[in-house]
Unconditional design. Structure first.
Length: 232
């Protein structure tokens, strides 16, 4: 069984995940704590199917694997294996992109725990400024979102989604073919005129790198996101 606890409220995420560990382990379960540094890529098959030397059931705590890209990628590719395991796997993560949230929900008992925002902010206003390539407005909205307490991961996720839609529209001939509503499709179609060939792919790749490097501690994710916005 797989249990996932994630979100930008890292303190409560960890608290609830550890509570789940105690429930799963009971009085005689064996708990194995695996950090990103200790994680061995390719080891999940053995962990999910192996027998315990000390108890009938093992509990594996996978602690923030996104701090090491290859560890996170390996776990994301094997969520189905963990779901079907007789052992319990508890995954602790930070805030993640929308696509990963869907994978979590499809393969386990997923719990997203977020910090309460100070003020309401419509993150989709960022996508409008992006589509217009209005750098100044995009930057001002980014500052407003930050003031409202919107986590950078959520902002990256919304912008990444918009780029994904633009790239999809670029490759299709109708809203039906793209699987989008006519309004969304036409809006994206108009925005495409503001991007040169290959630019959207480059921007998409940069956002992903920004996200992963921020979680790996290679830079301040807020600062690098701001710098990225100023290059749009």
């Amino acid at each position: 069984m797989l249990y996932i606890y994630f979100g930008n409220n890292t303190g409560e995420v960890r608290q609830k995940a550890l509570a789940r560990v105690h429930v799963c382990a009971g009085n005689d379960g064996q708990v194995v704590h695996i950090t990103s540094d200790a994680y061995v890529v390719g080891s999940l098959t053995d962990l999910a199917s192996g027998a315990s030397l000390f108890s009938e059931k093992q509990v594996f705590l996978l602690d923030t694997p996104s701090e090491r890209a290859e560890a996170y990628e390996d776990i994301m590719e094997n969520l189905g294996l963990l779901k079907e395991s007789e052992h319990d796997f508890i995954l602790i993560e930070q805030a993640v992109l929308a696509g990963d949230k869907k994978k979590f929900s499809a393969h386990g008992e997923a719990h997203e725990i977020t910090a309460e925002k100070k003020d309401s902010f419509n993150t989709f206003s960022l996508t409008d400024a992006f589509c217009m390539r209005d750098k100044k407005t995009l930057w001002l909205l980014l500052m407003e979102a930050r003031k409202a307490g919107v986590p950078p991961e959520e902002i990256i996720g919304v912008l990444f989604w918009q780029i994904k839609i633009l790239r999809l529209v670029e490759k299709t001939k109708s809203a039906e073919e793209a699987g989008q509503k006519p309004f969304v499709y036409q809006k994206a179609k108009r925005a495409l005129s503001k991007f040169k060939s290959g630019e959207l792919e480059k921007l998409s790749r940069e956002l992903l790198v920004l996200y992963h490097e921020g979680h790996l501690g290679k830079g301040d994710i807020n600062l690098t996101l701001e710098k990225w916005v100023l290059t749009v």
